[in-house]
Design a protein around this ligand. Sequence first.
Ligand code: GTP
Ligand code: IMP
Ligand code: MG
Length: 339
Amino acid sequence: MTCSILTGGAWGDEGKGKCITYFCKNDNPSIIARAGVGPNAGHSVEFNGEKYGLRLIPSGFVNTDSELLVGAGVLVDPEVLFHEFDYLKKYDVKSRTLIDGRCAIIKPEHRERDKHSDYLSNKIGSTGSGCGPANSDRVLRIADLAKDIPELEEYITDVSLKVNDTIDEGNDVFIEGSQGFALSLYYGTYPFVTSKDTCASTFAADVGVGPTKVDEVISVFKSYITRVGEGPFPTEISQEEAAEKGIEEYGVVTGRRRRVGLFDYDLAKESCRINGTTQIALTCVDKLYDCAGITDYSLLPADAKEFINKIQTATGVPVTIISTGPDLKETIDLRDELL
Ligand code: GTP
Ligand code: IMP
Ligand code: MG
């Protein structure tokens, strides 16, 4: 039995989508539970030559044997949920997804408040998905809950009960977080953060699991750093330099150009400490080093190995997954050797 939580190591967009898909296809958990803020997330999933951009449904959906749950801590926008049911019809997502009755609801009014607030939209650079205003209504205790929305009735369950029962029966549960450590309302670059904590302990709380039930915390880092929206970014490089290195990026939800920077060892160390990280998954190594598609650690170039060792030394955490391309097959999995 393993209960794992996956977290973003930096400012989101670390490639969690690919890593979650890899873990869920490979390890076949009974339950994949979505934690994190809500549909401000944008995960990219590439599978069997197709590419999906997701905001709410768990990114592990490609494993059609798993039940998909959305934990009570997550904000649900019914429009996004129904859109993704339709979008992912091929994977029979609608019949496998249940949401906790205690999820708070994002209404069109929350999206409007988000987009039309000069502070949120321009100063913070929010995603405009309504998460900040909806979480604020939740704190004020005036938000609607999923259990009170008639159109959601058939999808309502007690996620905490299901997850804990599954763990107690000896089966695997995979909890996928969203956003990233440096966007945490508590530990990130406040006020340029999202509307909630984004660390492993909160993801456990989001799905109603106590800390004693969690076995593994996997933090995903990209080999360089990107940030969308405003706020401090100590290792930022210019757009010209990013273009030269071939690491320019655009956001999945907003289409905004991402700011780009070099790997930040100090940030990684703090992120692993506060998340209690037990394993690091490192993505996009192929974008910095000549190793696209390599699946054998011994074949990695020396400079890539040196980079990986430096991350392990700085954080004290083993790098168990090394991603060398978007496809699931383009993955080096060292878990058998390192754990
Ligand atoms: P999260 O927000 O963390 O889920 O990240 P994301 O999945 O949204 O990542 P993003 O939108 O930045 O998309 C990353 C893109 O890079 C997607 O098309 C992924 O399939 C792809 N990708 C993921 N890992 C790797 C990798 O190791 N190498 C390369 N070349 N591409 C990758
Ligand atoms: P909000 O969560 O939409 O309020 O946005 C607040 C800040 O968090 C902005 O800088 C967003 O760009 C950032 N943010 C929120 N979710 C994500 C994400 O999934 N990836 C990257 N940045 C995010
Ligand atoms: Mg993303």
